[in-house]
Design a protein. Sequence first.
Length: 117
Amino acid sequence: MLKEILGVADDPPARRRWFHDDYFDLFVWQAGGEVTLIQVCYGADATERALVWDKEPRFLPGRPAGAAGSVFALEDAAATLPEEVRRDVREKMHEFAGRRLAVLSRRKRFRRASWQR
Protein backbone atom coordinates (compact mmCIF):
# COMPACT_ATOMS: atom_id res chain seq x y z
CA MET A 1 0.00 0.00 0.00
CA LEU A 2 1.25 3.43 -0.90
CA LYS A 3 2.12 5.72 2.00
CA GLU A 4 2.72 9.44 1.72
CA ILE A 5 6.24 10.73 2.33
CA LEU A 6 5.86 14.04 4.13
CA GLY A 7 8.18 17.05 3.91
CA VAL A 8 8.64 16.95 0.12
CA ALA A 9 9.64 20.31 -1.34
CA ASP A 10 6.91 22.00 -3.36
CA ASP A 11 7.36 23.00 -6.99
CA PRO A 12 5.60 26.42 -7.03
CA PRO A 13 2.93 27.12 -7.94
CA ALA A 14 2.14 23.41 -7.55
CA ARG A 15 2.18 21.31 -4.40
CA ARG A 16 4.24 18.16 -4.93
CA ARG A 17 3.28 14.95 -3.12
CA TRP A 18 5.19 11.66 -2.97
CA PHE A 19 3.64 8.27 -2.24
CA HIS A 20 5.81 5.15 -1.91
CA ASP A 21 5.70 1.37 -1.40
CA ASP A 22 8.05 -1.50 -2.23
CA TYR A 23 7.25 -1.38 -5.97
CA PHE A 24 5.90 2.09 -6.78
CA ASP A 25 6.92 5.70 -6.32
CA LEU A 26 4.05 7.99 -7.21
CA PHE A 27 4.62 11.73 -7.55
CA VAL A 28 1.60 14.01 -7.89
CA TRP A 29 1.64 17.76 -8.50
CA GLN A 30 -1.50 19.71 -7.54
CA ALA A 31 -2.27 23.37 -8.22
CA GLY A 32 -5.52 24.93 -7.07
CA GLY A 33 -6.76 21.52 -5.93
CA GLU A 34 -6.34 20.10 -9.45
CA VAL A 35 -3.85 17.39 -10.40
CA THR A 36 -1.53 18.89 -13.03
CA LEU A 37 1.20 16.25 -13.30
CA ILE A 38 1.53 12.56 -12.38
CA GLN A 39 4.71 10.50 -12.43
CA VAL A 40 4.53 6.78 -11.63
CA CYS A 41 7.87 5.01 -11.22
CA TYR A 42 7.74 1.22 -11.01
CA GLY A 43 9.99 -1.80 -11.18
CA ALA A 44 13.13 -2.72 -9.37
CA ASP A 45 16.75 -1.81 -9.95
CA ALA A 46 17.74 -1.86 -13.62
CA THR A 47 14.20 -2.58 -14.82
CA GLU A 48 12.70 0.59 -13.35
CA ARG A 49 10.32 2.46 -15.66
CA ALA A 50 8.22 5.61 -15.42
CA LEU A 51 4.90 6.82 -16.77
CA VAL A 52 4.30 10.55 -16.86
CA TRP A 53 1.03 12.37 -17.46
CA ASP A 54 0.68 16.11 -17.69
CA LYS A 55 -2.41 18.31 -17.73
CA GLU A 56 -2.54 18.27 -21.52
CA PRO A 57 -3.80 14.66 -21.68
CA ARG A 58 -0.82 12.79 -23.03
CA PHE A 59 1.75 10.35 -21.76
CA LEU A 60 5.46 11.03 -22.03
CA PRO A 61 7.96 9.88 -23.25
CA GLY A 62 6.19 6.80 -24.57
CA ARG A 63 4.81 3.57 -23.25
CA PRO A 64 7.38 1.22 -21.70
CA ALA A 65 6.93 -2.51 -22.17
CA GLY A 66 4.93 -4.13 -19.40
CA ALA A 67 3.36 -0.87 -18.30
CA ALA A 68 -0.26 -1.98 -18.65
CA GLY A 69 0.17 -4.72 -16.04
CA SER A 70 1.78 -2.25 -13.66
CA VAL A 71 -1.16 0.12 -14.10
CA PHE A 72 -3.50 -2.56 -12.77
CA ALA A 73 -1.12 -3.39 -9.90
CA LEU A 74 -1.11 0.32 -9.01
CA GLU A 75 -4.89 0.11 -8.56
CA ASP A 76 -4.44 -2.18 -5.54
CA ALA A 77 -1.54 -0.19 -4.11
CA ALA A 78 -3.48 3.08 -4.43
CA ALA A 79 -6.30 2.01 -2.09
CA THR A 80 -4.79 4.08 0.74
CA LEU A 81 -4.34 7.30 -1.26
CA PRO A 82 -6.44 10.35 -0.39
CA GLU A 83 -9.67 10.24 -2.43
CA GLU A 84 -8.94 13.31 -4.60
CA VAL A 85 -5.52 11.90 -5.58
CA ARG A 86 -6.70 8.29 -6.01
CA ARG A 87 -9.57 9.32 -8.30
CA ASP A 88 -7.35 11.36 -10.64
CA VAL A 89 -4.47 8.86 -10.68
CA ARG A 90 -6.85 5.96 -11.33
CA GLU A 91 -8.57 7.82 -14.20
CA LYS A 92 -5.31 8.78 -15.92
CA MET A 93 -3.69 5.37 -15.51
CA HIS A 94 -6.73 3.53 -16.85
CA GLU A 95 -6.77 5.91 -19.80
CA PHE A 96 -3.17 4.89 -20.42
CA ALA A 97 -3.86 1.16 -20.03
CA GLY A 98 -6.85 1.33 -22.37
CA ARG A 99 -4.77 2.89 -25.09
CA ARG A 100 -1.91 0.47 -24.60
CA LEU A 101 -4.09 -2.62 -24.54
CA ALA A 102 -5.89 -1.51 -27.68
CA VAL A 103 -2.57 -1.26 -29.52
CA LEU A 104 -1.39 -4.65 -28.28
CA SER A 105 -4.58 -6.39 -29.42
CA ARG A 106 -4.23 -5.41 -33.09
CA ARG A 107 -3.08 -8.15 -35.39
CA LYS A 108 -1.31 -7.74 -38.67
CA ARG A 109 -2.14 -11.27 -39.82
CA PHE A 110 -5.01 -13.57 -38.99
CA ARG A 111 -5.08 -17.34 -39.05
CA ARG A 112 -7.96 -18.58 -41.13
CA ALA A 113 -9.38 -22.01 -41.67
CA SER A 114 -8.99 -23.35 -45.19
CA TRP A 115 -12.69 -22.79 -45.90
CA GLN A 116 -12.34 -19.07 -45.10
CA ARG A 117 -9.70 -18.31 -47.75
